[in-house]
Design a protein around this ligand. Structure first.
Ligand code: ADP
Ligand code: MG
Length: 575
């Protein structure tokens, strides 16, 4: 008597569903991919309760024949490939034939479909693996898929679902990724009866603006580099239009959104020269590669790929992108910026920064300290970094000390000071919060709303009280006292974006310093701010008092000494 037996089909499908249909957003991704594979020109998504209660996708694609309907919900049944050869050259998004079977095993699935040549539509249902008979239905040409009560028969799975807001945000994100990849197709998205996105067929840049923001699309550089069996196209942010987090990085390989270390690394390297280290590039890049040179069948959700020759892919992406970034300001901007076009440090600093009236407020405490110990009373020798002479190009503070000239990168230095201050106050308990008399409100994305709810406690330890005022508006009621004076909305948004990348609190613990460093960057004085001599001296004194002040949070030096001897050498004095 053997012990091994074949599992019943329903259980097999439920197990598969665990991989393919992790949450409503994964079901939505599969359905959208099916609609695109069917050649749809217009796709409407309608969610209820984060997609758990109901998820509907309506398309105007080719439709499914009556006799194919039972096969559509059968596992490993697909119209997209027939042989191993086909698999190796698959140009469709789907090909594993398991999405609908998996959904049907863990939800109430209904498919209504009509091919253009059919006289009417046909409908089939599949509930917890029970497939109904095919019945006539009424529908315009295309396919409508309804998924209700996801995981109703697998409660253990259901428990892993997050709040409605989080599941909604994930669905919105999955939708955005796909919509960005097909600007030629019309999309709409509704949640609980409210339509939140409406995207007509449009240009890639226009779609980029809707999904990744106007500021991104307006400043993005167009890329179109083609080689024999590989091409890179799309939009990449000019170094001046970067983000505080990785929230606007869209990478597609053969039309499919993927996470890929090789390509991501090549992109990072290409930006390394022109990007301030705490900023992240925004991009929507499409790598098209001969299907024979890439394996997309690595993972059931196809979120990863494997390149046959990673080295050449890396090299191609790096070179294609570097070439475009090498002249980032060409045709974008004129004026004083272009003068520094060849000096990376200037590009990133000058382009990223905008003047903001936050310096005085930021430095209020330091300047006060300084009044207590006026510069004139401190002996020259004791002030290691000396005394300020002037500010250079809104970026550097020049000071004189006993050894000669001191040049300080004011943003980098101040960032370190704020960072160390935040770290010290977090070490004691939580960062001291300063309540706002009038809460600051802003129109938030579903992802931001979800993160504010899921991470409320963490936000409070960081001195931020952020909570929803309505389904689309967040209110900030307190800010870190150490960061008084900055743009609190911008600060909250970048912290939310950062937190959205981390799920468990253990990860947040480890990521805390990264988050503080984001906050510090926001609190730090921006370039192009005119400083008074008092303010410059206050910065120098603060640097002397701060641990690790010689390097910014990213390891770059914050100041340099140029000795009188070195200056003499420049002028051949004493030779
Ligand atoms: P796969 O996409 O890997 O083939 P699925 O389970 O997602 O597997 O879909 C099974 C089959 O159902 C597809 O191969 C396709 O023939 C058909 N199908 C699914 N969705 C649609 C749709 N929206 N329009 C037309 N055909 C569809
Ligand atoms: Mg599919």
């Amino acid at each position: 008597m053997g012990l091994i037996r074949a599992l019943p089909e329903l259980l097999v499908n439920q197990i598969a569903a665990g991989e393919v249909i992790e949450r409503p957003a994964s079901a939505l991704k599969e359905l959208l991919e099916n609609s695109l594979d069917a050649g749809a020109r217009s796709i409407a998504v309608d969610l209820h309760e984060g997609g758990v209660r109901r998820l509907r996708v309506v398309d105007d694609g080719a439709g499914i024949e009556r006799d194919d309907l039972p096969l559509a919900v059968a596992r490993f049944a697909t119209s997209k490939i027939a042989t191993l050869e086909d698999l190796e050259h698959a140009a469709t998004l789907g090909f594993r034939g398991e999405a609908l079977a998996s959904i049907g095993a863990v939800a109430r699935l209904a498919i209504a479909s009509r091919r253009a040549s059919d006289r009417h539509a046909w409908r089939i249902a599949c509930e917890a693996g029970e497939v109904s008979a095919v019945e006539p239905a009424a529908l315009a040409a295309g396919t409508t898929i309804d998924v209700e009560d996801l995981y109703f028969n697998t409660p253990a799975r259901r428990k892993f679902l997050k709040s409605e807001a989080t599941e909604h945000a994930r669905c919105d994100e999955a939708f955005a990724r796909i919509a960005l990849s097909r600007p030629d197709v019309a999309f709409s998205f509704a949640h609980n009866g409210r339509r939140t996105r409406h995207l007509p067929p449009e240009t890639a840049r226009a779609r980029g603006a809707r999904i990744a923001g106007d500021d991104f699309a307006a400043g993005a550089l167009e890329i179109d580099v083609r080689s024999d069996r590989i091409a890179l196209t799309g939009l990449a942010a000019a170094p001046g239009f970067t983000r505080p987090s990785r929230d606007a990085q869209f990478l597609y390989v053969n039309g499919r959104f993927v996470r890929d270390k090789v390509v991501s690394h090549a992109i990072r390297e290409a930006y390394a020269d022109v990007l301030h280290h705490d900023r992240h590039p925004a991009f929507a890049l499409f790598l098209e590669i001969d299907p024979a040179l890439v394996d997309v069948n690595v993972h059931p959700t196809k979120g990863e790929v494997r390149f046959r020759d990673t080295g050449s892919v890396h090299q191609f992406v790096f070179r294609a992108l570097s070439r475009v970034l090498a002249d980032p300001l060409a045709g974008q901007k004129s004026g004083p910026l272009s003068k520094f076009g060849t000096v990376p440090a200037f590009q990133s600093l000058l382009a990223v920064e905008q003047p903001a009236g936050r310096y005085e407020a930021m430095f209020a405490t330091v300047v006060e300290d300084e009044r207590r110990a006026p510069a004139s009373e401190v002996a020259m020798e004791s002030a290691m970094l000396g005394y300020a002479l002037a500010q250079l190009h809104g970026v550097y503070v020049l000071a004189q000390n006993a050894a000669g000239l001191v040049v300080v990168d004011m943003h980098a230095a101040h960032e370190r000071i704020v960072y160390e201050r935040l770290k010290a106050s977090l070490g004691t308990a939580s960062i001291e919060a300063q309540p706002l008399l009038i809460p600051a409100t802003f129109a938030a994305t579903p992802q931001e709303i979800a993160t504010s709810e899921a991470q409320a406690a963490t936000l409070r330890t960081l001195g931020l009280d952020v909570s929803p005022l309505s389904p689309t508006v967040l209110a900030i009621r307190s800010r870190p006292a150490a960061l008084a004076g900055g743009d609190v909305v911008e600060l909250a948004r970048s912290v939310l974006a950062e937190l959205a990348q981390y799920d468990a609190s253990s990860v947040i613990q480890r990521a805390q310093h990264e988050i503080l460093s984001t906050m510090a960057c926001h609190g730090a004085v921006r370039a192009n701010r005119q400083l008074t001599l008092d303010e410059m001296n206050a910065l120098l004194r603060d640097m002397e008092r701060t641990e690790r002040a010689d390097q910014c949070n990213h390891g770059r030096p914050t100041w340099r000494q140029i000795t009188v001897r070195e200056l003499d050498g420049l002028f051949w004095r004493g030779r």
